[in-house]
Design a binder for this molecule. Structure first.
Ligand code: HSE
Length: 416
């Protein structure tokens, strides 16, 4: 008897419960045991739904049931799901979770706790939604030294940026639609301001580099300042704008960030749109490996949870702890590095746009590429600079704003 308790029957939890109900016989035949949904922990009233017979609001009832061998942790937030995961592991039950907050904050501790109790703590669904990326990195790519990861790791923001650009939808309308579809977090600030992507790049980097990356050390910028005008101007210049989580493992430490970036249209992540996520992993033996799929949503994410459940049913408990459970990564900053930048310039009052072009050209030099909107008397334009340091960029921005009545409204780094 292998019964599974789903703790938290929201978007992902209900997806897992649905699959377990649908696949009960198939799983039981395959694993020659009764594999089934055993309980649901939730305080909501599910009267009249398929979940009714399984639901309790009392976790003690679940922990008192010896047939429950695995807990699916799909409660949102941090403290309660952490405490319940800990309790489940200490009681000798496996835990599978999609909760990124818990994995990013306590993944190291819970992985060790699982190991010490002879069970597993798995979290494929915590980064990249339905995309299998954690297991391939943990196993298939693990003979490589992975030296770089770049990813579109948040479905909500990718959906918003796509809708803004392709359907000229406002930021607020696109976000409301993402919430309706169940992509966004309960508090969408985590999506929009990049915190969700931060946790995911920290989780992936910890696995890839064999050292725990604290998500709180990840410099993080979201998409609130990206406007339709930015998306259109970037497009004109041959770029897409995407929220990118990236990290590099260097000799000095891990350089990591989450920020909107201009990606050349030839970049493999530039065409990833809507709720899709994609992760590009660079390994010493494989070179580039790309993962792509739905990064959020009920059944896509539930599919990743099911993959972990099936791994546990296959009975392959690890014999050694993963590197990130024993070592900590050193996160370093790359502020000395050179980058190209996109700057949107707002033209104030009577200033002629031709004058702005001339001054911008003289400040940013031959390498600076001016991008104009289609209208005849534009009130804004953009420049894509050549390679400059952050400090130098700041000086040029100040010089431009001092010379003319213009405002540098938005600055976005160009990838590469
Ligand atoms: N809010 C998250 C996203 C859900 O939009 O990607 C999946 O982690």
């Amino acid at each position: 008897m292998f019964k599974i308790a789903v703790m938290g029957c929201g978007v992902v939890g209900s997806g897992v419960a649905d699959i377990l109900l649908e696949k009960k016989e198939e799983l039981s035949t395959r694993f020659k045991d009764e594999v089934a949904l055993g309980a649901i922990l939730d305080i909501r009233d599910f009267t009249g739904t398929p979940y009714e017979a399984y639901t309790t609001g009392n976790a003690d009832e679940i922990f008192a049931n010896p047939d429950i061998k695995l807990v699916v942790m799909t409660i949102g937030g941090l403290d309660l799901p952490y405490q319940l995961s800990k309790r489940a592991l200490e009681s000798g039950r496996h835990v599978v979770t999609s909760n990124k907050e818990v994995v990013a904050a306590y993944g190291k501790e819970l992985t060790k706790l699982a190991f010490d109790n002879g069970v597993q703590f798995l979290y494929e669904a915590s980064a990249g939604g339905g995309i299998p990326v954690i297991r391939p990195m943990n196993i298939c790519l693990s003979s490589n030294d992975i030296y770089e990861i770049q990813g579109i790791l948040n479905g909500t923001t990718n959906y918003i940026l796509t809708k803004m650009k392709e359907d000229k939808m406002s930021f607020a309308d696109a976000l409301a639609l993402a919430q309706k579809k169940g992509f966004a977090e309960a508090n969408p600030t985590a999506d929009v301001d990049g915190h969700d992507a931060c946790r995911k790049i920290a989780i992936l980097s910890s696995i890839a580099y064999g050292a725990f990356v604290d998500y709180k050390d990840v410099p993080c910028k979201g998409i609130r300042d990206v406007s339709y005008e930015d998306l259109a101007l970037a497009d004109k210049a041959g770029f897409a704008i995407k929220l990118i989580g990236s990290s590099k493992n260097t000799k000095q430490g891990v350089v990591i960030s989450v920020e909107p970036l201009l990606l050349d249209k030839s970049h493999m992540l530039s065409g990833v749109s809507s709720v899709f996520n994609s992760v590009l992993v660079k390994g010493t033996y494989t070179g580039d490996v790309m993962f792509y799929g739905k990064g959020a949503g009920k059944l896509a994410t539930a599919s990743a949870v099911m993959g972990d459940i099936i791994e546990i049913l296959c009975g392959t408990n690890p014999k050694v702890l993963p590197g990130y459970a024993e070592n900590d990564a050193k996160v370093i900053s790359d502020s000395e590095g050179m980058s190209r930048y996109y700057i949107r310039i707002k033209i104030n009052g009577d200033v002629e746009s031709t004058e702005v072009r001339q001054v911008a050209k003289s400040i940013f030099g031959e390498e600076g590429k001016i991008i104009l909107p289609d209208n005849e008397a534009p009130s804004y334009m953009a420049v894509v600079t050549g390679y400059v340091s952050e400090k130098n960029l700041d000086a040029k921005k100040v010089e431009l704003e001092k010379t003319l009545s213009v405002t540098c409204e938005n600055i976005i780094r160009v990838e590469g």
